[in-house]
Design a protein around this ligand. Structure first.
Ligand code: ARG
Ligand code: GLU
Length: 721
């Protein structure tokens, strides 16, 4: 090796061997091999086998995927579990009305019989996982194209899954890792009788609301409680009042001992998606193309909805969950783009790409395999960015109109009515189902709000989306109205039957097959089906061609990065599978001259109190306890009531509700957010700025015990004082 390349190799190894405490979302199965030593060096006192084992019960048996998008954990031997308030939010909302406003006032079941069932909600335990890369890739070679490759992989997976669940009540899936370079099999068990046990009032569970969301210092009591029920055999069973509380193989011990800066912590849960190994072109598309468009459109939606919510109580109940969802992504995108800018993320990726190119070209073998990778990415992204931008205008703009999303649900009915093989009985069955979904839709629909959304979003769309990629019906109708979107809006909402529950119900009640013509002629149906047809026929082929090419490039790129940096520990990107992230309790410096301490207290809630601002109203009973200083055993050694803390664990969406555990594997808090300055960690982690935000378990128990008086729940738990 020439001196220059020796030096080059040394500098690379130095760079990649630097351990960055905190970064990574690791596979529980591989901890003993890859991480246990480091974790113990950082202070952990339990073993990798205590965290994940297939031979005996381990912490993994106390963790669930909650409702598809969050994490929950078992805290009693009677199926009692904790997750975030924002994870249980839609279920709390479904049980709420103006008379029983559980969102505003909280809800606490006094007895098990009062715990509320939640149709459609499920929780899933991981039974085991296994590396099935060899079996999955059987019959695959480097010469075949991505499509052929995918179909072979799919067939192999099908066989693996069938074998894995044979004779059990389990389900299984095979998931790709490292963009399809490795595959793991996950065998799971899903429970569908999950009942609401308790939730604090929103001025605790959502304290600080969207104003404080994604930010530190934080004082949100973001938790809610559910209980898993099972059949008498302790196996999953559909809801029945005869079901009994599920007996988990493991539940977490709760620590009231407190924490201090520097303590080892780990987060055990189901992070959703990250993309740490993508090229600069892809980061640029997300951070500097898509995000700004989506941010602008979400801002417009929020302005309209927030205004309506502030002026009307019913609208607040109807729209608060929707607004929280829109605002959450909006703010995340702003933080992410700022974070990438501040980190010089594009320049860092480009510098790496320069090294990569040099490495690839340094030898004929790697050059043949990888020399053309980056130029190929460049070309693919240059062509795709305008398409992605226009598609963002469609999904974030046009589909921001609620009625347009709703009315498209009538597409099936339209199809069915023109299909001679379908009977009238089948049609009326579908009509009944549509009536039910219309009921649910209108429960949370305000026509005035939607009218304003339509006018604003269509105006932006027609003005800002590239003309060549605008949906034809939208473009043409706007032209017909000579750009007078106000007139279009008022005509549309006057004439359509889909923005009015009374009109729609009357229509559906007497529905016969030939009435389909009325749907087909309805202006909002014409618009919605035009949007979806254009998505299907124009965008879908473009998006899917891009995805296929990008996926195969990305698979090669990761393989190449691994080959180039053989000593680096690569953690797989998040993909909604169970992971462990670990780090330390740690303060940080978010801006010039500013230092953020690692914990917050109840004193901070009182400082933020403002009876005139919805997000900062303090619950009277909480204030009382504060004035009495009545914290009992939940107070910290410093006598204050700790509310939240931050640590350097690498987390993402999906980690909400995840247990945050101490060196002994005991529960010290519930993960619920990330600090704003570090939200670019889905693309690029920065040990200086990336912090996860945790609700201190002592504040959570204090609320349950002292504020709600739900002592029966605390008594079920295993507590280490
Ligand atoms: N940012 C957190 C997450 O991504 C919390 C979201 C819910 N809270 C809110 N105020 N919208 O899920
Ligand atoms: N609040 C997020 C969730 O619902 C977690 C925050 C994050 O993205 O890290 O999963």
């Amino acid at each position: 090796m020439k001196l220059k390349s020796v030096l080059f190799a040394i500098s690379l190894t130095l760079l990649t061997n630097l351990s960055r405490a905190g970064e990574g979302m690791w596979l529980p199965l591989l901890l003993s091999q890859l991480n246990e030593k480091e974790m113990r060096d950082m202070g952990m006192r339990i073993t990798a086998e205590d965290i994940y084992s297939i031979n005996h019960s381990s912490l993994k048996d106390a963790i669930v995927l909650f409702g598809g998008g969050c994490t929950g954990e078992l805290v009693s031997d009677q199926g009692l579990m904790l997750t975030n308030h924002h994870c249980g939010y839609s279920n709390i909302q479904k049980h709420s009305s103006l008379e029983h406003d559980y969102l505003t006032n909280g809800f606490w079941a006094q007895r098990m019989e009062e715990e509320l069932p939640n149709p459609g909600l499920s929780v899933t335990f991981l039974v085991r996982m296994e590396d099935v890369t060899t079996q999955t890739l059987k019959g695959v070679n480097d010469k075949m194209n991505q499509k052929v490759r995918d179909s072979i992989i799919q067939a192999n997976c099908k066989a693996l899954i069938k074998e894995a669940v044979k004779g059990t009540q389990y389900t299984a899936q095979v998931k790709p890792f490292y963009s399809g370079n490795q595959f793991y099999l996950f065998v799971s068990e899903t429970f569908t009788d999950v009942r609401l046990v308790g939730a604090p009032p929103s001025n605790i569970g959502k304290f600080g609301g969207d104003t404080d969301n994604w930010m530190w210092p934080r004082h949100t009591g973001d938790f809610s409680m559910f209980r898993i029920y099972a059949g008498k055999d302790n196996k999953p069973a559909e809801y029945s009042k005869d079901n009994v509380p599920y007996k988990p193989a493991k539940h977490l011990t709760i620590s009231l001992k407190g924490i201090k800066e520097g303590d080892f912590t780990f987060v055990y849960g189901f992070p959703g998606t990250t993309q740490e190994y993508i090229p600069s072109y892809a980061v640029d598309m997300t951070a500097f193309q898509r995000n700004p468009i989506a941010i602008g459109l979400r801002q417009q939606r929020l302005d309209i909805i927030d205004n309506a919510m502030n002026n009307d109580k019913l609208t607040r109940i109807q729209y608060s969950a929707k607004a929280a969802g829109i605002a959450n992504t909006w703010k995340k995108m702003i933080g992410e783009t700022r974070g990438i800018k501040r980190l010089d993320g594009i320049e860092k990726k480009q510098a790496f790409e320069k090294d990569f190119q040099q490495w690839a070209q340094s030898n004929p073998g790697t050059n043949a395999r990888y020399g053309q990778l980056l130029p190929a990415f460049d070309k693919v992204f240059a062509a795709y960015v305008p398409v992605n931008n226009a598609y963002t205008y469609l999904t974030e703009g046009l589909l921001g109109v609620e009625m347009l999303r709703f009315v498209y649900g009538y597409n099936n009915l339209v199809k069915m009515c023109s299909d001679k093989s379908k009977t009238d009985v089948e049609i009326s069955k579908l009509v009944e189902a549509l009536k039910t979904s219309a009921g649910a839709f209108f429960k949370n629909y305000n026509r005035n709000v939607d009218t304003r959304l339509f006018e604003t979003l269509i105006t932006t769309y027609t003005q800002s989306c590239e003309t060549g990629l605008q949906v034809p019906v939208v473009k043409e109708t706007a032209a017909k109205y000579k750009g007078n979107i106000k007139a279009w809006t008022s005509d549309l909402y006057k004439k359509t039957i889909f923005a009015d529950s009374v009109k729609l119900n009357a229509f559906l009640s007497g529905f016969v097959r030939k009435d389909v013509r009325k749907i087909e002629k309805d202006l909002s149906y014409i618009l919605a089906s035009g949007i979806y047809t254009y998505s299907q026929n124009t965008f879908y082929p473009l998006v899917s061609a891009f995805t296929t090419t990008n996926d195969s490039l990305q698979r090669l790129y990761i393989a190449a990065q691994m080959e180039m940096q053989p000593d680096k520990r690569f953690y797989p990107d998040a993909n909604s599978t169970l992971r462990v992230a670990y780090g330390n309790v740690k303060s940080y410096l978010p801006a010039d001259a500013v230092e953020y301490k690692w914990f917050t207290t109840l004193d901070g809630i009182m400082q933020k109190e403002n009876p005139d601002i919805y997000d900062y109203v303090v619950e009277p009973r909480l204030k009382e306890l504060y004035n009495l200083h009545d914290y009992g055993r939940y107070a910290d050694a410093d006598k204050s009531m700790h509310v939240g803390f931050i640590a350097s664990n690498h987390t993402t969406g999906g980690n909400s509700g995840s247990p945050v555990l101490n060196a002994d594997g005991q529960l010290i808090g519930l993960n619920f957010d990330r600090c704003w300055e570090g939200t670019m960690s889905d693309l690029m982690y920065d040990p200086d700025q990336c912090r996860n935000i945790t609700l201190d378990i002592r504040y959570c128990l204090f609320i349950i015990d002292k504020m709600a008086g739900a002592r029966r729940l605390v008594d079920e738990m295993t507590i280490a004082e």
